[in-house]
Structure formats: C-alpha cells, structure tokens
Design a binder for this molecule. Structure first.
Ligand SMILES: Nc1ncnc2c1ncn2[C@@H]1O[C@H](COP(=O)(O)OP(=O)(O)O)[C@@H](O)[C@H]1O
Ligand SMILES: O=C(O)C1=C[C@@H](OP(=O)(O)O)[C@@H](O)[C@H](O)C1
Ligand SMILES: [Mg+2]
Length: 179
C-alpha cells in the first residue's frame, strides 16, 4: 500500500489519461485536473497554438511550471500529458506527492483512437504510426520506471477501465493528507 496525497496518470497519447481520469476522479471523489486543459484555460488558447507560437520548448516550460503548482495540492487526480515525464523535475514532483499509474496502450490502439485527431501537434506529420512507435520506444521505459502501478488499458471501454482501476487502487493506494 503506497501512501500519497494525489493520484497521477501517465502514459502515451490516446491511452485514456484524460477520459478514464475524469471518470475515475468522480468515482473516487477526487478533484480532476487535466494538465493540458488547465494550460488551455490559463493561456486562453489550444495546445497546438501554444506549440505553434512558442515551440515545444515553450509548451514544456509551461507544463513544468503547472505541474510544480498543481502537485502542491492534495485530493486530486492529475492527468498529465504524454510528454510530462520527460523532465526530471516533473518526475520528481509527480513522485513526491503522487501515486503514479501508467496507462499502457498499444500503437495500433492509439492509431485507432487518434486517426482523426487534430489536437496533438506531435502527431501532425504524415506517418503517425512511425511517430507513435518512436515515442513508445523512447518513453516506454521512462513511464515504466516512474510508475507505482502499470495498467493495461488496451481494448477496454473507458467505464470498464475506470471500474478495474478503482478496484485495484483499493489495495494499492493509500490516500493521505499532505503536510
Ligand atoms: N478506453 C477507451 N475506449 C475507447 N476510446 C477511448 C478510450 N480511452 C480513450 N478513448 C478515446 O481516445 C481518444 C484519446 O483519449 P484521451 O483520454 O484524450 O487520451 P490521453 O489523455 O491519454 O491522450 C479520445 O477520443 C477518447 O474518447
Ligand atoms: O505526448 C506528448 O508529448 C503530448 C501529449 C498531449 O497530451 P495527451 O497525452 O493527453 O494526449 C499534450 O500534452 C501534447 O500534445 C504533447
Ligand atoms: Mg490527455
């Protein structure tokens, strides 16, 4: 049983961090924070426009500042963006005050879910499959090393995944009050 004041979802694009996270947060009575959505609220624009105006580096700087702020809180389910784990500072902050769940998904399933997606600038190129495979190779080991729990979300409906995760978390995560 790992104690932590927040629950954190990590994993690749299309794993369901946002959709499963929203449902699971409601079931567990946690405040739902989606990092990308909060950045969009703050900036008044979309993730693709942030990438366009400030580059990926600008987006990552905003993401890091947001994670530092959000992880000071408690009683939250924090859905990260797929690249949030790249920065050591983010990994440290997520770990310090979060029980971390890695949502795993296969590239074919990502392709199915994201075929018509226009909101993810990293998938804007012509070959989505090659891009997703390269990202999986680079980031898969980082997700695995950071996680307290890995959960295979492949082929599961959002509600089913949320049900199963809720049951697993009962024996794995102890929600604590932070100092
Ligand atoms: N378990 C699932 N079953 C079916 N569709 C899903 C599932 N999880 C996510 N999706 C769909 O895939 C897309 C990406 O999901 P999202 O929750 O935004 O993933 P992430 O935040 O991990 O990138 C959305 O259109 C969502 O409705
Ligand atoms: O994998 C990534 O680097 C990104 C994933 C996106 O979030 P989701 O994982 O929720 O799609 C979003 O943060 C941005 O487009 C970059
Ligand atoms: Mg998301």
């Amino acid at each position: 049983m790992n104690p932590a004041p927040n629950l954190v979802l990590i994993g690749p694009m299309g794993a369901g961090k946002t959709s499963i996270g929203r449902k699971l947060a409601a079931r567990l009575g946690l405040d739902f924070v989606d990092c990308d959505h909060r950045l969009e609220e703050r900036t008044g624009t979309s993730v693709p426009v942030i990438f366009e105006c400030e580059g990926e580096a600008g987006f990552r700087a905003r993401e890091t500042a947001l994670i530092a702020e959000v992880m000071q809180g408690q009683g939250q389910l924090v859905a990260t963006g797929g690249g949030a784990v790249l920065a050591e500072e983010n990994r440290r902050r997520l770990r310090e005050r979060g029980f971390i769940v890695y949502l795993q998904v296969s590239v074919p399933q990502q392709l199915e879910r994201l075929a018509r997606d226009r909101s993810r600038p990293l998938l804007a190129g012509p070959d989505k499959q090659a891009r997703l495979e390269a990202l999986a190779q680079q980031r898969g080991p980082v997700y695995a090393a950071l996680a307290d729990l890995a959960f295979d979300a492949d082929g599961l409906a959002v509600a089913t995944a949320a049900d199963r995760l809720q049951a697993l978390l009962e024996t794995r995560w102890q929600r604590t009050e932070a100092a």
